[in-house]
Design a binder for this molecule. Structure first.
Ligand code: DMJ
Length: 728
């Protein structure tokens, strides 16, 4: 009797030890995984790019822990049954008791191994006891048999249509239990469980054991199952199954694997953070933006070579009516600046061979403004950087064609065959965004006719009434909409840029005055501090006299204004107002950042209406790859060296990689508030020419595009300030 009374407490202690050891071990593993997840990275306490992988490790450890707990519970049940059997056996046979005791000693002597090997050793122990006890007395109660299944990970099985059944046996179980459920089924109805499929943690309900069978007992039935790759699912083949069906290729884990591109983006996230960056991180950022330029360019080359534009979703090219490879011409200087020299030379060769003819036959319906800023500006800048004379020759050819469309007063028409744009009038921006390009042409060729004609426009405008230094888009009607956005923007932009290009000469001080007055007018009538604390830049409806009504609509286009203010503030003439104007520039740059940061995609919309950043009042929520926000941040970064602007650029770049990247380029986006990707199938030429260029320069600490050496046209084409430019 003694052994019996001493046996039960010792056994219980032993099991408690086994359970505690197993649980402790699993908890230590989980905590280690979690610690790794939050390890520091430069620039902040952020998850690193291994976080996703470690998360999976933790999930798998948690799952092992659940399994271990379930095993322990099973073992408890087994112990209880064994105890009951032992008591029965003792009461009937001294030998049986002796055998059961030897089984107990085995259990007592190997706790460590039990903890480490999990259920395997216990299963053996159970089998040995079962064998010995079952052999002793047929009438002993049954206890759960331990089944051995073969498992296939990440595989689901479907039954051929119309044959067999799929029954949910139990949810929230381990694969061992699922195996046991399948084997039990077969014991009751042979062949009724061909395979049991345990669904994943993510399935609803999670970890559910589905018994699939009823195809008959023919072992060949297994091969009629259709295997399907599915991450997190486990197929359990019961004892006695035939040869296993082959498995499909492994299913990717959606949490960490995704596409190659998603993995790359996950790694790039690690390079975020304001403040000093290590040289290596800075270099990695720069490399990443260069790769984006290469990706966009390669897609254009592959699908749209020689055509105006890429349709990145369809992977096709199309000619807008430019019909002179406007993306190719617009991209030349970006390729040069990003060090993609092979690509630059290949494009240049195509341009030299083809553009002359194309310029000869420019359609009358082509926009003069767009051709000037994109193509003439692109060729001049490519020439300025590379000093390839063939590019200047092409620019002169195109410049003459453009100049011939401008009238004797320096008014630039909407298209080469004249006409008026959407507003039904000649616009301020059309006639006021050509002087930089034509003056450069005059300087490098010595032919003064280029600049002479277009500079006259300033005389015309100055004679017209204005609203505190602001002219309406339809400058001729002397009333109506005034804006730093569409149709007004680059007229104001060029006032300061033409002044800088010419060396800020006294003889051109009228340009400074026009600029300075326009800034004051903008501050007075268009700048509004809203209740959310942000400074918005709206438009004005001018009655032609002394009244202007503020309209709370801020266009993405107006985000060029911080750079425009900073350029003036850093001119000697702007010294007195430098501080307040730089503060205003920063406020507007910040609002532009909020336009991006406030959206679920991290990308800014075409405009914000009603000063509501959640876009609840805005119906133009698309993003068509515009550059102005990145442009504003780049100027601010150049003049202030504040790293926040560089960081905004980086975060925006990451958002582009996440939401706009497509295998064949970068697509425009229908609604920046919607995380269900819906594209507009266009990659405008200014994406490479401007947006990616500014994002690249923002990350390039040692670029040579300095603002005391170059002036950028409105399409981001840097042209040497005249005193540094080549000339004949
Ligand atoms: C560009 O073509 C130029 O920046 C232009 O001055 C305004 N709009 C587009 C891009 O948004």
């Amino acid at each position: 009797m003694q052994p019996s009374s001493g046996f039960l407490p010792r056994r219980a202690v032993c099991w408690a030890f086994v359970a505690a050891f197993g649980l402790t071990w699993a908890v230590v593993l989980i905590l280690t995984g979690q610690q790794l997840l939050v390890q520091d990275v430069p620039g902040g306490h952020k998850p690193n790019y291994e976080a996703a992988g470690l998360q999976i490790k933790v999930t798998s450890l948690e799952s092992e822990l659940a399994t271990a707990r379930e095993d322990l519970a099973n073992k408890d049940r087994l112990v209880a049954i064994l105890q009951q059997q032992l008591a029965t056996a003792r009461s009937t046979s001294g030998d049986s008791a002796q055998q059961a005791k030897s089984g107990t000693r085995l259990l007592e002597s190997r706790p460590d191994e039990t903890a480490q090997s999990g259920s395997g050793w216990l299963q053996q122990m159970g089998s040995s006891l079962r064998g010995s006890l079952a052999g002793q007395r047929n009438e002993l109660p049954r206890y759960p048999p331990v089944h051995k299944c073969d498992f296939q990970l990440h595989v689901d099985y479907r039954l051929p249509a119309g044959s067999g059944s799929e029954d949910l046996a139990q949810s929230g179980v381990s694969q061992e239990t699922c195996c046991a459920l399948c084997a039990d089924k077969n014991e009751q109805h042979p062949g009724s469980c061909l395979v049991a499929v345990l669904s994943s943690e993510e399935d609803v309900p999670a970890r559910s054991c589905w018994i699939k069978g009823g195809l008959g007992r023919d072992p060949g039935s297994l091969s009629s199952l259709k295997s399907v790759s599915k991450h997190g699912v486990t197929a359990c083949f019961p004892p006695g199954h035939g040869s296993l069906p082959t498995t499909p290729p492994p299913a990717p884990d959606p949490k960490i694997e995704g596409t190659d591109h998603e993995r790359d983006v996950a790694k790039l996230q690690e390079l975020s953070g304001v403040g000093p960056l290590s040289a290596s991180m800075q270099q990695q950022r720069l490399d990443a933006v260069r790769e984006a330029i290469r990706h966009a360019w390669t897609a254009y080359k592959k699908h749209a070579w020689g055509m105006d534009e890429l349709n990145p979703v369809a992977g096709r090219g199309r000619n807008r009516n430019f019909n002179h490879a406007v993306t190719l011409v617009d991209s030349l200087d970006t390729l040069w600046i990003a060090g993609l020299k092979d690509e630059f030379h290949e494009a240049k060769t195509w341009a030299v061979e083809n553009l002359g003819n194309k310029f000869q036959t420019l359609a009358g319906s082509v926009s003069v403004f767009e051709t000037t800023i994109r193509s003439l500006g692109g060729l001049l800048s490519a020439y300025d950087l590379s000093r390839e004379k063939v590019l200047l020759d092409l620019a002169v050819h195109l410049g003459r064609r453009i100049l011939s469309s401008v009238n004797g007063q320096g008014v630039t028409p909407y298209t080469f065959s004249g006409g008026r744009g959407g507003m039904g009038c000649n616009s301020l921006a059309e006639s006021g965004t050509i002087q930089l390009e034509m003056r450069y042409l005059s300087h490098v060729t010595g032919d003064k006719s280029f600049e002479a004609k277009v500079m006259q426009f300033y005389d015309i405008v100055r004679r017209l009434r204005n609203f505190d230094g602001l002219w309406p888009n339809c400058y001729g009607s002397q009333r109506g909409k005034i804006t730093m956005g569409a149709d007004g923007d680059s007229f104001y932009e060029y006032l300061i840029k033409v002044f800088i290009q010419g060396g800020r000469k006294e003889s051109e001080s009228f340009l400074w005055s026009m600029y300075d007055e326009a800034v004051k007018g903008m501050e007075k009538h268009m700048v509004h501090k809203a209740s959310d604390g942000l400074t918005y830049l709206g438009t004005v409806s001018w009655d032609g006299n002394s009244k202007g009504v503020y309209v709370p609509e801020m266009e993405h286009l107006t985000c060029f204004v911080p750079g425009w203010l900073a350029l003036g503030a850093h001119s000697p003439q702007g010294a007195e107002t430098r501080i307040p104007r730089m503060e205003l520039a920063d406020s507007i740059a910040t609002t532009c950042w909020k336009m991006y940061e406030s959206q679920p995609t991290g990308i800014g919309p075409e405009r914000v209406k009603g000063e509501k950043m959640d876009l609840s009042a805005t119906n133009t929520r698309e993003y068509i790859l515009r550059p102005e926000a990145a442009e504003g941040w780049w100027y601010m970064s150049e003049f202030t060296q504040d790293p926040k602007y560089r960081d905004w650029g980086w975060k925006t770049f990451l958002a582009f990689e996440k939401w706009l990247w497509v295998p064949n380029g970068y697509a425009s986006y229908q609604d920046v508030t919607n995380t269900n990707k819906k594209y507009i199938d266009r990659m405008e030429s200014f994406f490479i020419a401007e947006t990616l260029k500014y994002l690249y320069l923002l990350q390039d600490a040692s670029h040579t595009m300095k603002l005391d050496r170059y002036v950028f046209n409105t399409e981001a084409h840097p042209l040497s300030i005249l005193e540094f430019a080549p000339h004949s």
